[in-house]
Each structure stands twice: as C-alpha cells, then as structure tokens.
Design a protein around this ligand. Structure first.
Ligand code: HEC
Ligand code: HEC
Ligand code: HEC
Ligand code: HEC
Length: 222
C-alpha cells in the first residue's frame, strides 16, 4: 500500500499547485512567463527549445555554452563599472558575459524572439516593451548604468559590506555562491530564476521577495 502513497500524494500536490498556478509562482517553467510552447512565434510547441537544444541547432550561439539555441545580441553596452563608481570593488567585464549575455539575447529588445533553432524565416517579433530591461535602450545606446551591476565578481573579501557568498542563504536557491556564474560573477540569474522553480509568487521571477528590500539585504550588509 505504502508504495502507492508517494505517487498519489505527488499527483495531488502537483495537481493542486497547477490549479493555483499563475505566472511567477515558483512551481516550474510550465505556464510560467518563459513557457513559450503556445506562442505564435514558436511553431515547435516545445518549451526548452527556444533557449536550449540537445543537438546543435546551427546557431553560432551554441559556443556560449548551456547548449544555447537562441541568437545573441550584437549590441554594445555601457557597463556599470569603476568609471562610474569609486566604491565598486568587484572586477567588471568590459561587456556583459555568461548568463547575462543569454538573458540579453531577448531582454535588450534588439533580437527577434523566433531567432532560435532551425528557424530561418525570422520576423521582427521582439520581447514586449514591458519586459525589456527598464530604460536600457537610451537613444540607441544600450546603457546598463541604470541597471544593478552585472558581469561583476562577487568580491566579499574586498567588500566587507557584502554577506559571505559561501554561507549566506538566498531564498530556496541554496547559498549566494550557488547563484553566481563562472568566476564567481553576479549575473541576472543571481536575482531572477528563469525557470521559475525557486521564484517567489507575485514577483518578477525573484529568488527573494523585495518586500522591505529583503532581496537587497540578502547580499548587502546595510
Ligand atoms: C527563456 C529561456 C530558457 C528556457 C525556455 C529554458 N531555459 Fe534552461 N536555462 C536558461 C538560462 C539563461 C540558463 C542559465 C542560467 C541559470 O542556470 O539559471 C539555463 C540553465 C539551464 C540548466 C543548467 C543549470 C540548472 O539550472 O540546472 C539546465 C539543466 C536547463 N537550463 C534546463 C532547461 C530545460 C530542461 C528547459 C525546458 C523544460 C529549460 N531549461 C528552459 C534559459 C532557459
Ligand atoms: C527566448 C527569449 C528569452 C530569454 C532567453 C529570456 N527571457 Fe525573460 N522573458 C522573455 C519574454 C518574451 C518575456 C515576457 C513574457 C510575457 O509576456 O509575460 C520574459 C519575461 C521575463 C521577466 C518578467 C516576468 C514577470 O512576471 O514580470 C523576467 C524578470 C525575465 N524574463 C527575466 C529573464 C532572465 C533573468 C533571463 C536570463 C536568465 C531571461 N529572462 C531570459 C523572453 C526571454
Ligand atoms: C540585484 C538583483 C537584480 C539583478 C542582478 C537583475 N535584476 Fe532584473 N529585477 C530585479 C528586481 C528587484 C526587479 C523588480 C523591480 C523592478 O522592476 O525594478 C527586476 C525586474 C526585472 C524585469 C521586469 C521588468 C518589468 O517591468 O516587469 C526584467 C525583464 C528583468 N528584471 C530582467 C533582468 C535582466 C535581463 C538582468 C540581467 C541583465 C537583470 N534583470 C538583473 C533585480 C535584479
Ligand atoms: C545576489 C547578490 C546581490 C543582490 C541580491 C543585490 N546586490 Fe547590489 N551588489 C551586489 C554586488 C556583488 C555588488 C558589487 C559590489 C562591489 O563590488 O563593490 C553590488 C553593487 C550594488 C551597488 C553599487 C555599489 C557601488 O559601490 O557602486 C548598489 C547601489 C547596489 N548594489 C544596490 C542594490 C540594491 C538596491 C539591491 C536590491 C534591489 C541589490 N543591490 C541587490 C550584490 C547584490
């Protein structure tokens, strides 16, 4: 009898959570803002394929890692770096790198959403204006100075006002070190969960709600 209990409970829980499902509820990518299986611009009916592919889909972006299957942006950005702030401790890349580059493949609004996989007939459908990074496109200059620093080393040694990455929990995502990129870098996914597994309901896919600035206080000792 017992061995049926777990699957039955699982079905119940999964069933209940899909009933309660709305965008951004942390129950997984299905029906989340990044589930494009029913989007007019995605003829495959699949979810993962707009971003990943198990076999090279012929996009040069494959070299970016993560089996990436979507064209990257060719834009040049102005970074938030030490030229702007004398108090910045972490080293900043000259241009967005790693995971940030993957998010910007859609979120800077310059690349067509359907530029993935084997699609050749690509029209100009881009990310809806409301989902573009706020004020990034400032007269054609992709200006990241108004966006929290990204592609920056989380330097909790040089900056004593940063909580220790190796031991500080961040929501249900483990510790801060778990949401840093190659080289210990802070990127978009350090704050956002693209697959909506660990995101807090009612937020912009945030790993920690920002009520009373809880997200900010996860990393910043202020
Ligand atoms: C909208 C784009 C997008 C979609 C759709 C998407 N992913 Fe991802 N995925 C990413 C990005 C960006 C990363 C790297 C950042 C990260 O790990 O959070 C990633 C990382 C991953 C990783 C490695 C890191 C980890 O979290 O385990 C796996 C595995 C993965 N995705 C699987 C999937 C699967 C399976 C699907 C479909 C069910 C899927 N993804 C759908 C964008 C996407
Ligand atoms: C394949 C294109 C694509 C990629 C890659 C992608 N996104 Fe998105 N994202 C979208 C689109 C399109 C929407 C708007 C969906 C909608 O209309 O609700 C969106 C919505 C969002 C939202 C808003 C959710 C809300 O509820 O307001 C956030 C936050 C977000 N994405 C963050 C990210 C981050 C961070 C990454 C990288 C880790 C990423 N996205 C990668 C296409 C993409
Ligand atoms: C330090 C944490 C942090 C980082 C890093 C970060 N974001 Fe956000 N992001 C937020 C918060 C908090 C919000 C919600 C408040 C707001 O809209 O300003 C948000 C909102 C968004 C939205 C929704 C905007 C809207 O109006 O619905 C998108 C899309 C987004 N971020 C994408 C990105 C992308 C892409 C990156 C990387 C280039 C990124 N974010 C990096 C914290 C972050
Ligand atoms: C995942 C960890 C993380 C989260 C969450 C986070 N930050 Fe940061 N933040 C950093 C790191 C790392 C730096 C770079 C610090 C350095 O190198 O001096 C930084 C830099 C900054 C800076 C620039 C400091 C300077 O010296 O120029 C400001 C301002 C800031 N964050 C505000 C915020 C706010 C406001 C929030 C919440 C919306 C937030 N941060 C959320 C990690 C984080």
């Amino acid at each position: 009898m017992k061995k049926y209990l777990v699957p039955v409970l699982t079905i119940l829980i999964v069933g209940l959570s899909s009933l309660a499902m709305a965008a951004g509820n942390g129950a997984g990518i299905l029906n989340s803002p990044h589930d494009f299986s029913a989007a007019a611009w995605n003829s495959t009916g699949e979810i993962c394929v707009t971003c990943h592919t198990p076999h090279d889909g012929g996009r040069a972006s494959n070299a970016a890692g993560m089996l990436w299957n979507h064209d990257l942006s060719a834009a040049t950005y102005t970074m938030y770096d030490s030229a702007l702030s004398s108090s910045l401790d972490g080293a900043v890349d000259a241009q967005p790198t790693g995971v940030a580059k993957l998010c910007l493949a859609c979120h800077d609004g310059t690349v067509a959403l359907e530029a993935f996989g084997k699609n050749t007939a690509v029209t100009t459908t881009s990310v809806p204006t409301y989902a573009e990074i706020p004020r990034l496109d400032d007269n054609g200059n992709e200006d990241l100075r108004g966006t929290h620093p990204i592609s920056i080393v989380y330097d909790d040694v040089a900056d004593v006002n940063l909580n220790i990455a190796a031991s500080t929990p961040i929501g249900t995502s483990g510790v801060i070190a778990d949401v840093l990129d190659v080289g210990g870098k802070l990127q978009c996914h350090s704050c956002h969960d693209v697959h909506d597994q660990e995101a807090v309901a009612g937020t912009a896919l945030l790993r920690v709600s920002n009520a009373a600035s809880a997200l900010c206080l996860t990393c910043h000792l202020k």
